[in-house]
Design a protein around this ligand. Structure first.
Ligand code: UDP
Length: 313
């Protein structure tokens, strides 16, 4: 039986990964300090014989008893308003937290997988973004705390691989949505869906011509699991759904599913908001035989139903 630690295990992605790992027969340890994670996400796993929760801030020395085969480092504030409100914690978990998690991987001879991000590409000048693109990041802008922490985390991961021989993987995660996202995390999917459910205006930042490509969470988790189980690749791999749309088109989809004529309210575009984003997934496809399966309509409806239920509607 594999023993696997997920940092940020009570978060949106961490908890879905924990579910998948439990299904694959692993013993799963979720570690979280619960600043953006929530016990509700893992409540159904508490009491499982192959599950353990440890409340801990991974920027401090990490102690785990016994053997560890895999460490998935997913702890981090991950939405733009979270990292605006928690800039120092975001920088610390990406830098100090990654260092601690890698130190643990070295000590336990674990495989290590870093949750990195499409934010490494910043406001990209190449479209779609392949892993070979070095990005266009403003280090001192408001998003710099997340982007640079993750870029540092990638550099640190490669250094532990090259210098200490740790078996490391890096996934660059593109926009992902699904059940367990926080209603108030400020990201566009929960924002528009909760606005639609409450019959409020949809808040489009800027003219809505910026694009994003949304991946349903089960597809993302499948790509990450395949990467974790793969051998020989240590450099970053993009995982995301290449289905690209403008934010205005996304708002129109929300109007359609909500079945109401919601108003659109334009608000100022946040600084350094990427104008386009779409993963080039050629590498993931060749290396892992992976492609997203869940269509936008299907994933979207499941997520809408989740938010509806969360709001008690
Ligand atoms: N956005 C928007 N209205 C909102 C929230 C977000 O128009 O209420 C826009 C945001 O400016 C960005 C896109 O939607 O262009 C995606 O934002 P999100 O916060 O989901 O994540 P990002 O991809 O920017 O990290």
């Amino acid at each position: 039986m594999m023993h696997t630690l997920v940092t940020g295990g009570a978060g949106f992605l961490g908890s879905h990964l924990a579910d998948r790992l439990i299904r694959e027969g692993h013993f799963v340890i979720c570690m979280d300090n619960l600043i953006t994670g929530n016990m509700d996400n893992i409540a159904h796993l508490i009491g499982h014989e192959r599950f353990k929760f440890i409340k801990h801030d991974v920027t401090e020395y990490i102690y785990v008893e016994g053997r560890l085969d895999n460490i998935l480092h997913f702890a981090s504030p991950a939405s733009p308003i979270d990292y605006l409100q928690l800039p120092i914690q975001t920088l610390k978990v990406g830098s100090l937290g990654t260092h601690k998690a890698l130190g643990l991987a070295k000590a336990k001879k674990s495989r290590f997988l870093l949750a990195s991000t499409s934010e490494c590409y910043g406001d990209p000048l190449i479209h779609p973004q392949p892993e070979t693109y070095f990005g266009n990041v403003n280090p001192i802008g408001p998003r710099g705390v997340y982007d640079e922490a993750k870029r540092f985390a990638e550099a640190m991961t490669m250094a532990y691989h090259r210098y200490h021989g740790v078996d490391t993987k890096i996934v660059r995660i593109f926009n992902t949505y699904g059940p367990r996202m926080r209603l108030n995390d400020g990201r566009v999917v929960p924002a528009f869906m909760s606005q639609a459910l409450k019959n409020e205006d949809l808040t489009i930042f800027g003219d809505g011509q910026q694009t994003r490509s949304f991946c349903f969470v089960s597809d993302l988790v499948d790509g990450i699991f395949r990467l974790l189980m793969s051998d020989n690749e240590h450099e970053p791999v993009n995982i995301g759904n290449p289905h690209e749309m403008t934010i205005l088109e996304f708002a129109q989809e929300v109007q359609k599913i909500a079945g109401s004529n919601l108003n659109i309210r334009h608000m100022p575009l946040p600084q350094d908001d990427p104008k386009v984003r779409q993963p080039d997934i050629t590498k993931a496809s060749k290396l892992l035989g992976w492609a997203p399966k869940v269509g936008f309509d299907e994933g979207f409806k499941a997520t809408y139903a989740y938010f509806k239920n969360k709001l008690g509607l």
